[in-house]
Design a protein around this ligand. Structure first.
Ligand code: HSE
Length: 437
């Protein structure tokens, strides 16, 4: 089956990231969607051609309406941002019977009710996962994964730039303007950074979260909005003295007969997981009556994290266009005839670092012999500690951390070490994973 043809509006940070992700992962995406997804047309006035792969396959115009009105295009991805002409373009795409994917939180928060009504009338999809918390699939989680629950509240760090500023002020004592300039250079900040600093961007996202949480229309104008510009270095420090951290939170909560919708700097106890979400990262904590609290964490901005959500929406739309409607989402995520026979590795073939604990005789040369055996097996030691014996003449614990090595090599070394007369019993081995990005 031919690839689905997509028209992309905007080739900026997220637009470029979307082209790159769709190009790099084309094969895997087609295996999931049941059909290829190809950007055939794009509209942009200004773009960095060197940072985008696959542009030669795309017909580029500087008039976005050309793309929206092109009969070949089945899905329009709107990544221009802002209210206008994004709204006119999206409504025109819907009018033309095209499915729409957007990362535009301002557009959805302010005009979503009108856009969704138009889409329903035309029988097309409007998907907007990337509009809230970048790469975190929070809309899918709340709308589908938590569908059994009455959602009591949802609280989020939903502006990466603001969180980056507060984190740097707290951890490094850096100056507000200096950190904001860095966030802008990294491509996290909005075109108008007051949207980040004054909480408007977070309020757009909270408006969407609240609507999905409680089943209410989008009501941006009723969301209380306060930014972080009045937070000083001393507030961050004093809050720390009381065991709190200051985070810029969006809070949507049921309260008696109404709901609270508010964005403002907030002190939260530093022992809470969400208090430790730092830098440009986002997190949303959702309280459902059945499931209790669930926490969603990840990159809330940036080219490829946001593209991740945009492309996931494209896969959803294409699945709906292409596959058996009763099995829209394949049981194992990939289409049944696209499952791969990539082998599962045996534990011998995995590579990790290790913590080893041995009980050894407290005499000279033992540590050197063990270190020598590890070296012979190609295992490099990162740290070593010998504990004090509990009584004179008793054996001692020897604890080692190693660098990464194949499990098979470690098995050989442990077998040798356990055969030493100076080693009591078995070596305790615990694998170490740094879980770094
Ligand atoms: N300016 C936004 C942020 C970008 O910093 O989170 C993602 O919406």
């Amino acid at each position: 089956m031919d690839a689905v043809k997509v028209g992309l509006l905007g080739l900026g940070t997220v637009g470029g990231g979307t082209v790159n992700v769709l190009t790099r992962n084309a094969e895997e995406i087609a295996r999931r969607a049941g059909r290829g997804i190809r950007i055939t047309h794009a509209a942009a006035r200004d773009y960095d051609a060197d940072s985008i792969t696959g542009l030669d396959q795309i017909e580029i115009t500087d008039d976005a309406f050309d793309v929206v009105n092109n009969p070949e295009v089945e899905i329009v991805i709107e990544l221009i941002g802002g209210y206008s002409p994004a709204k006119e373009l999206v409504l025109q795409a819907i009018e033309n019977g095209k499915h729409v994917i957007t990362a535009n939180k301002a557009l959805i928060a302010l005009h979503g009710n009108e856009i969704f009504a138009a889409a329903q009338a035309k029988g097309v999809t409007v998907a907007f996962e990337a509009a809230v918390a970048g790469g975190i699939p929070i809309i899918k989680a709340m709308r589908e994964g938590l569908a059994a629950n009455r959602i009591e509240w949802a609280v989020g760090i939903i502006n990466g730039t603001g969180n980056f500023i507060l984190s740097e002020m707290q951890d490094k004592g850096r100056d507000f303007d200096d950190v904001l300039a860095e966030a802008q250079a990294l491509g996290y900040a909005e075109a108008d950074p007051t949207f980040d600093v004054e909480g408007i961007d977070a309020a757009h996202k909270l408006t969407i979260i609240g609507a999905i949480a409680f089943g209410i229309p989008l009501q941006f104008d009723k969301t209380y909005t306060e930014g972080i510009s009045k937070i000083g270095q001393q507030d961050v420090a004093y809050a720390g003295e009381f065991g709190y951290r200051i985070k810029h939170l969006g809070i949507a909560r049921r309260n008696g007969n109404g709901v609270e919708m508010r964005v403002h700097p907030t002190l939260i106890p530093e022992r809470r997981l969400i208090a430790n979400v730092d830098g440009v990262m986002n997190a949303v904590l959702v309280m459902g009556d059945a499931v209790g609290p669930t926490l969603y964490y990840g990159a809330g901005a940036g080219a490829e994290p946001t593209a991740s959500a945009v492309v996931a929406d494209a896969v959803d739309v294409v699945r709906a266009l292409t596959t058996d409607p009763e099995n829209r989402v394949p049981h194992l995520a990939f289409q049944p005839n696209e499952l791969s026979d990539i082998p599962i590795l045996s534990i011998d073939e995995i590579e990790t670092a290790y913590y080893l604990r041995l009980q050894v005789a407290d005499k000279s040369g033992v540590m050197a012999t063990i270190a020598g055996m590890l070296a012979e097996s190609g295992i490099s030691i990162e740290a070593i500690k010998q504990k004090e014996p509990t009584e004179k003449g008793a054996s001692v614990s020897l604890v080692l951390l190693t660098h990464r090595v194949l499990e098979r090599q470690m098995n050989q070394a442990i077998e040798q070490i356990e055969s030493l007369e100076s080693v009591e019993g078995e070596v305790t081995r615990i694998r170490i994973e740094q879980l770094e990005s």
